[in-house]
Design a binder for this molecule. Structure first.
Ligand SMILES: NC(=O)c1ccc[n+]([C@@H]2O[C@H](COP(=O)([O-])OP(=O)(O)OC[C@H]3O[C@@H](n4cnc5c(N)ncnc54)[C@H](OP(=O)(O)O)[C@@H]3O)[C@@H](O)[C@H]2O)c1
Length: 315
């Protein structure tokens, strides 16, 4: 096992995703709620915090950094991950890493990812910059986020990659085909985002839900015409199966995550204390429910066979 996989194995399976703290693409957000979510998550045992420079132009990193400044004793037990946008020059990428470290109040980032591949930008200067940062200790591990299997192979033959992050959940299973087996073969840690399908797997969003301006969730593939009805019919079935066992849909989804054994960490978003306590609280086992969820989840996922990501982006 790689050193990173070994470290992740010793942590709880669920990490806190901090994208909503940026307050863009996902509705407005108060820093007070973000800090309360962070506090509740770490109180509940969360050890992995995932943010990015792009989340609110540094705002998510800044608020996460406030927690680390306020509670300096926490740092040594946490895995702090951030992401920078691909740059044409390595020097510019290194400057972005330094800005993230300052905002996060961290001398060292545990994982630093290239956030997205960009067509027409060669990733190699940024990969060289990441390798230099790993050598000099400003980061510990190099990550790729949203890269295709082919791009991962190319990058990994240039600079050894430690982690890959991709969208993956009960109803979006495409990474199981190629991406996850590839990472496993290469010894690269597998980090899943969108564990609750951006809130769809909470049972309160339906096919007719209209999101307020500034919340782009309705643009994902889950709402694609001709598919959304099937998606929400399946989610209603999942919700009912969970309810029959006295569980919330979120608890049932977490249960599936805890038994599927395909990735090293699942990131879950929480935008306030209440959500964080529910998302990172104790979990009961129920194998029969897991099998029911698996069948329905796979059925929904087949609607999207062959698609790269649930945002519908073509990098
Ligand atoms: N690498 C990448 O390109 C990438 C892309 C996406 C995400 N990520 C990472 O993965 C993390 C998690 O993924 P995600 O942001 O897509 O979120 P997610 O975990 O799939 O969904 C989070 C959303 O679900 C709703 N929710 C969560 N807990 C809830 C609860 N207990 N009760 C009711 N609703 C609840 C909230 O929606 P409301 O806001 O409506 O309350 C919350 O914002 C991100 O924060 C980020 O760190 C990375």
């Amino acid at each position: 096992l790689s050193r990173l996989i070994h470290e992740l194995e010793r942590m709880p399976l669920f990490g806190l995703g901090c994208s909503s703290f940026g307050g863009v693409h996902w509705g407005s957000q108060s820093d007070r709620d973000s800090l309360a979510a962070l506090e509740a998550a770490v109180e509940s045992g969360v050890r992995h915090l995932d943010t990015a420079a792009a989340y609110g132009a540094g705002r998510s990193e800044t608020v996460t950094g406030r927690l680390l400044k306020r509670r300096p004793g926490l740092r040594q037990n946490l895995m702090i991950a951030s992401k920078s946008g691909l740059k044409g020059s390595g020097a510019n990428f290194l400057k972005e890493i330094d800005k993230s470290r300052r905002r996060l109040n961290c001398d060292t980032l545990d994982i630093c990812y290239i956030h997205w591949p960009v067509s027409g930008i060669d990733p190699r200067p940024s990969l060289e910059a990441l390798a230099r940062a790993r050598e000099t200790g400003s980061i510990r591990y190099i990550g790729l986020s949203n890269f295709t299997p082919r791009a991962i192979i190319e990058a990994n033959s240039f600079v050894p990659i430690d982690a890959c992050q991709f969208g993956y959940n009960l109803i979006w299973r495409n990474p199981e085909k190629e991406l996850i087996p590839l990472c496993s073969k290469l010894g690269i840690a597998r980090i899943a985002y969108g564990t609750l399908a951006q809130g769809l797997l909470c049972g309160r969003i339906g096919p007719q839900t209209s999101f307020p301006p500034g919340d782009d969730r309705g643009l994902t593939r889950f709402f694609a015409p001709g598919k959304r009805e099937e998606v929400f019919k399946g989610i209603a079935e999942l919700n009912e199966a969970a309810g029959q066992r006295g569980m919330s849909l979120i608890q049932a989804v977490r249960l599936w995550c805890a038994t599927v054994g395909t990735v090293d960490q699942f990131l879950i978003g929480a935008r306030n204390r209440r959500q964080a306590l529910e998302n990172f609280g104790p979990l009961e086992r129920d194998m029969q429910l897991t099998e029911e969820l698996e069948r329905t989840g796979e059925r929904i996922s087949r609607l999207f066979a062959g698609e790269d990501n649930f945002f519908g982006f073509k990098p």
